[in-house]
Design a protein around this ligand. Structure first.
Ligand SMILES: Nc1ncnc2c1ncn2[C@@H]1O[C@H](COP(=O)(O)OP(=O)(O)OP(=O)(O)O)[C@@H](O)[C@H]1O
Ligand SMILES: [Mg+2]
Length: 642
């Protein structure tokens, strides 16, 4: 009974097991089929995109970019490169001796039992090995040293160029993409220069030298065997071109992903507040899948290239074996020569296969060079004139002469003229988008005017050395930016080598000292990325302290107190008024209470001056200022009621 029960139990278990296995196999095969279909379709799509995108980029991907930006970088290292090449030649030469020693052993030592020759052969091998080791070290050291130096130069050149590029460039290029250029693309080039180029050079030398040896041993046999070489070259060139094309598209995708990533991470609070985590994850995963497919395509192209190379090697070896044997049978070569020939051939073919596999890295490297080259081709929009005026200070006379300015063809500032005397305090008011911040940006040359001119102390600002101009103008921006260091680092950023006392003095004036003292680490408190550990008002006061330490001749306060409460605002206002004394100040404010004492108030409307005068003059007339003032007062009453 028990036996029957057990048998039944085992039967049903076996049945279940088989059922699971069969269904798993079926679903697996369906999945596999789907995946293959998907990969096929995606590969086709990628190919099509690559073709379309590549034709658009062809003008930028031309080798001239590489010639223009990368070849000159090699010049200073000419001697080091020459040293590396010579030691590589010697290193490669040593590999060629072994087959020849083998030939002597077979043809001379073995038949004649020549012990002396054998001893000489062994000693020579030891000596040659010693030389090989020395030149292995020298060639690798020189190559790595030089490649690291070149990379250092590429990164420096790229960073310096990025620093020169204008505000407009940064507004139109995503930060994440740029980071990907500096990190990923330079990384790919690093791989290319430091490891691939050594291999490339070694294998190229070996191929040439081995070919010479083959021709010396038996040129007819060499000619027969080398018939496969053009096919190897075609294989290498074809896949290099294909992989380069796809690598360009792939690197663009990587940039796009890092651009998205940077944005999502920076805006994580927005993502969370709209509960968009799942949507963002989906987008990210879709992007990753696309990248996965592209990588697969590129790797598979590399694999195909190596496979073809392997097939060609096999064909070459078979030809060598067949025709070599025939040569020996016919007495055209000795057995030693045949063994030597075959050993050289054994060195030649792996080098050729290696070259084919290098095509992937070379292609990716040249794609990255193209992308970096494109960045280096970006023209510097706002730059110094040839012989700029240098100055340590300004008196502070500012004159706007019929200034016009447009962002991408859209006029923002129209025929704007204004004369500000040294030490005067001017305020700009006006509706949001009327162009107040734009005027401040024009004064520090974040952008250059599209018409008219701006003069400081009688000279067009474009004539001043830009660093001088910006050092003498302090700007507290509407949305202050803080670096992720300490409070001390952030304030002292304004003045190289500033002491703690100076920093404390500035902080006191900006009404932030007490807050800092309350912190456990005081001035060494870390503020987090863009000051996330601080409140909006604290960030703004830190940025005011930073500008106070700079002690500029001309001061621009763009909504500098907008994030402060009424109490702090009054305190900071006092500090700012003290600071404004004796220097030309432009204040941009929505709260009119902060600009009541300005010498002159400019009311802007759509980039034009609508009204101008001091507070009392403007209030006495009907017009936009009075309207703004009444609106402001209503707002303030509402706030007090609350
Ligand atoms: N980088 C930019 N590219 C294109 N248009 C821009 C850019 N920056 C500003 N603008 C446009 O220029 C106009 C003026 O902007 P601006 O920042 O000078 O206004 P604002 O008076 O300072 O406003 P707010 O009081 O809101 O700060 C706006 O219409 C804005 O859309
Ligand atoms: Mg503004």
């Amino acid at each position: 009974m028990l036996l029957i029960k057990n048998t039944k139990y085992y039967q049903s278990m076996t049945y279940d097991f088989l059922r699971i296995v069969v269904s798993t196999l079926l679903s697996f095969s369906a999945k596999l089929n789907n995946t293959i279909m998907r990969i096929k379709m995606k590969t086709e799509t990628i190919r099509k995109t690559a073709r379309r995108n590549f034709s658009e980029r062809l003008n930028l991907a031309k080798p001239f970019i590489i010639k223009k930006h990368f070849l000159p970088l090699l010049k200073p290292y000419f001697l080091l490169i020459a040293g590396a090449v010579i030691s590589l030649i010697i290193f490669s030469l040593t590999s060629l001796t072994l087959p020849y020693v083998l030939k002597i052993a077979i043809d001379d030592v073995l038949p004649n039992k020549n012990i002396r020759l054998l001893t000489v052969g062994i000693i020579s091998i030891v000596l040659i090995f010693g030389i090989r080791l020395i030149f292995f070290y020298i060639s690798h050291y020189l190559t790595y040293y030089t490649s690291q130096k070149i990379l250092f130069d590429i990164r420096r050149k790229l960073f310096q160029h990025l620093q020169k590029l204008s505000v407009r460039f940064y507004q139109t290029h995503r930060t994440g993409k740029l980071i990907s250029n500096v990190i990923t693309d330079v990384g790919v080039i690093q791989q290319l220069i430091s490891s691939t180029l050594i291999n490339l050079a070694v294998h190229c030398f070996l191929i040439i030298l081995v070919m010479i040896c083959l021709f010396i041993i038996n040129w007819q046999l060499a000619l027969i065997c080398l018939v496969v070489i053009p096919f190897h070259a075609a294989n290498f060139l074809y896949f290099k071109k294909e992989i380069r094309k796809n690598s360009l598209v792939r690197q663009e995708k990587v940039s796009e992903i890092s651009g998205n990533l940077a944005e999502i991470l920076t805006g994580s609070t927005v993502v969370k507040s709209f509960a968009k985590e799942k949507t963002e994850s989906k987008h990210f995963i879709t992007d990753l899948r696309k990248l996965f497919d592209m990588n697969l395509t590129i790797v598979m192209q590399g694999v195909w290239s190596s496979t073809f190379a392997d097939i060609l090697v096999l064909i070459g070896r078979l030809i060598a074996l067949g025709s070599g044997a025939w040569f020996v049978f016919e007495g055209h070569m000795s057995i030693g020569e045949f063994v030597c020939f075959y050993s050289y051939l054994g060195m030649l073919f792996p080098s050729i296969v290696q070259l084919s596999s290098l095509s992937q890295v070379i292609a990716q490297g040249s794609a990255s060079m193209t992308r970096i080259g494109r960045l280096l081709e970006e023209s510097v929009e706002v730059e110094d004139e040839k012989n700029p005026i240098t100055t340590d200070s300004f008196k502070g006379n500012i004159e706007f002469k019929n200034v016009t300015f447009a962002y991408y063809g859209k006029a923002i500032i129209k025929d704007f003229s204004l004369n500000i005397k040294p030490g005067q305090s001017i305020a700009f008011v006006g509706q949001s988008g009327s162009g107040k911040s734009t005027i401040a940006n024009l004064l520090v040359r974040f952008f250059d005017v599209t018409g008219g001119s701006i003069h400081i102390d009688g000279n067009d600002i474009r004539k001043y050395k830009m660093s001088n101009l910006r050092k003498n103008i302090g700007i507290v921006q509407q949305t202050p930016f803080l670096f992720s260091g300490t409070i001390f680092d952030n304030i002292s950023y304004a003045k190289d080598g500033s002491s703690l006392e100076e920093v404390i003095e500035a902080a006191k004036k900006a009404n932030i000292h007490e807050f800092i003292e309350e912190q456990e680490d005081k001035y060494d408190t870390v503020v987090g990325e863009n000051g996330v550990n601080l409140s909006g008002g604290q960030r703004q006061r830190l940025s005011i302290a930073r500008t106070l330490l700079k002690n500029p001749d001309i001061l621009i306060l763009d909504e500098a107190t907008s994030a402060l409460d009424n109490h702090s605002e009054k305190e900071v206002q006092k500090a700012l008024e003290a600071l404004m004394k004796g220097r030309t100040t432009i204040t941009i404010a929505h709260r009119l209470s902060t600009i009541k004492n300005a010498d002159s108030i400019i009311v802007l409307e759509n980039g034009r001056i609508k009204q101008q005068g001091n507070h009392n003059e403007l209030l006495s007339k009907d017009g936009p200022y009075k309207e703004l003032y009444l609106l402001n007062q209503e707002g303030e009453h509402d706030e007090t009621k609350k």
